[in-house]
Design a binder for this molecule. Structure first.
Ligand code: ADP
Ligand code: ZN
Length: 521
């Protein structure tokens, strides 16, 4: 290991290993496999770059991120490491030249796109090299791409099991920043890494402050949030292209240097915007989830979500792009009931097998649980990734603990409104009934004659929406996507409805700006 430390200092210019890097390097130098779960910015690359230099032959790095390959190779060349890449961005002559260098033993590291690696041609090259013990290791970066249920699924990744079958003597290291237990198991199983030593770094990002606000006026809420980040770089995530474009247009009228990024823009524009984001100061990128993977910009000060991400993995990855320089950064999100309905609908209507839908629903429920928690958000987030953590003191619920109140009676009123209307209506109409509003729809269905009509006039609309969301998040209600988000009671609702249990609810969080004082909750 003295040699490893010497190389770390001489080639990479780092005085010491970070976290579990030394153990991981050691494992590979000894010929073993490793599965590395480390948050973005944790220093994953070194874990395969260093052993690739120390072992005989070339280290083969599989990466799905073509844009990132170039950057990584450039950085390595600067350090004097002989690195190259092979992907579809190269012309045939350059690719051939790289292959020749590989065969001639002139490369320490070769980055390859998975689809390229799986070609007969490339496997043929590997056969020759491996036969002569000239493959130092295989590194499989962004290994969570193998997970069919994940957000970055790449079908070619599944076929990477071939590396294990064909070259069992070559050590392999799989790396990812996604660490939930499900994905971890899938990586192990699909890549044949049952024997691999697993290295899990802490996923805590202590400098990121987490905040979730109930959405009522997203624009003024966003404006209030951004007012605290003038001149700083950040990312605003939306689920649809349309919303990205609208948000950019609006932010620009507010004097904010906002740029759009989504799959509807041509590659040239996307590249230009990405470059401005990285190079200029204070650019706010408004993006769909297509943006951010592999962007190396350490001083992103905030990540704002205008829509609910579909899972905590996605949320964690997206928010993880903030504060990679370890300075204070914010992860801020607005969330409303409509988000839940839209996601449920997307899942229900997808052509995916039932098993996958079940998992996606579970993931969405965990995401909801995060939004509705009265406890520390970081504790909840890290527990999801298998880590225990004390209340952090750096999230909204730690800084201003939400008050709890006995919501049993209110919940019963809400649920009986749903029951008495045949469980065919969404929250808006049920709230109108509870509040005793004489709307057209109420008249049309004769709902003013219900016993529940007007029994909830003591709470305002936002108060009732808050309750409905918590009932949904607690699994007492279910939004039926086939009926426009009609709210139905689940079995779990029964004890509450019968008055057998008490239901404690979170009082609505204090609003940032333009807040009217409102009736509890
Ligand atoms: P990841 O791939 O996990 O997101 P990187 O490999 O890009 O992380 O590393 C993140 C940053 O940490 C890089 O700037 C890298 O140079 C730096 N780094 C990695 N290992 C060390 C170390 N042992 N000492 C100091 N800096 C390190
Ligand atoms: Zn906290």
């Amino acid at each position: 290991m003295a040699e490893a430390l010497e190389t770390l200092q001489r080639v990479f210019g780092f005085p010491a290993f970070r976290g579990r890097q030394a153990e991981i390097v050691d494992r590979l130098l000894g010929g073993g496999d490793a599965l590395v779960l480390m948050p973005t910015g944790g220093g994953k690359s070194l874990c395969y770059q260093l052993p690739a230099l120390l072992r005989a032959g070339t280290g083969i790095v599989v990466s799905p991120l073509i844009a990132l390959m170039q950057d990584q190779v450039d950085a390595l060349l600067q350090l004097g490491v002989k690195a190259a890449f092979l992907n579809s961005s190269l012309d045939a002559a350059t690719a051939m030249a790289t292959e020749r260098r590989l065969l001639a033993g002139e490369l320490d590291l070769l980055y390859v796109a998975p689809e390229r690696l799986l070609t007969d041609r490339f496997l043929g090259l590997l056969d020759r090299l491996a036969g002569e013990e000239r493959v130092a290791l295989f590194a499989i970066d962004e290994a969570h791409c193998v997970s069919q249920w994940g957000h970055d699924f790449r079908p070619e990744y599944i076929q990477l099991s071939i590396l294990h079958e064909r070259y069992p003597q070559v050590p392999r290291i799989a790396l990812t920043a996604t660490a939930d237990a499900l994905t971890r198991e899938e990586i192990r199983r699909r890549l044949g890494l049952e024997e691999a030593a697993v290295f899990v770094a802490s996923f805590d990002r202590p400098n990121i402050r987490y905040t979730v606000v109930d959405r009522d006026n997203p624009r003024s809420q966003l404006a209030a949030f951004l007012a605290g980040h003038r001149g700083e770089a950040g990312i605003v995530y939306c689920l649809s292209r349309k919303k990205v474009d609208e948000t950019v247009a609006w932010l620009q009228t507010q004097g904010i240097a906002a740029l759009p990024y989504h799959a509807g823009l041509d590659a040239e524009t996307r590249r230009a915007h990405q470059q401005r984001f990285v190079r200029e100061e204070g650019v706010v990128m408004v993006a769909t989830i297509a943006f951010g993977m592999g962007i190396d910009k350490p001083d992103v000060r905030f990540v704002a979500h205008l829509d609910l991400p579909k899972s905590l993995e996605a949320y964690y990855q997206e928010t993880g792009r903030a504060g990679r320089d370890f300075d204070p950064a914010e992860a801020w999100m607005t969330y409303g009931m409509n988000d839940v309905v839209i996601h449920r609908q997307r899942i229900d209507e997808s052509a995916a097998p039932e098993e996958q839908k079940r998992i996606e629903r579970q993931k969405l429920d965990a995401m909801l649980g995060y939004c509705e928690t009265a406890g520390c958000r970081r504790t909840l987030l890290l527990r999801y990734f298998g880590e225990e953590h004390e209340p952090c003191g750096n999230c909204d619920t730690c800084l201003a603990p939400p008050e709890l109140w006995d919501g049993t009676e209110a919940a019963r009123k809400f649920m009986s409104a749903a029951l008495r209307t045949g469980q065919r209506f969404g929250a808006g109409h049920l709230i109108d009934i509870l509040r005793g509003k004489h709307t057209e729809k109420v008249a049309q269905f004769g709902h003013e004659s219900l016993p529940t009509f007007g029994v909830g006039a003591d709470l305002d609309e936002a108060g009732w929406r808050n309750i409905a969301r918590q009932l949904l998040a607690a699994g007492l209600l279910h939004a039926d996507a086939h009926h426009y988000g009609a709210l139905k009671l689940t079995d779990a609702a029964r004890p509450v409805l019968k008055g057998e249990t008490t239901l404690m609810l979170r009082r609505q969080s204090v609003r940032v700006r333009g807040a009217k004082k409102r009736a509890a909750p």
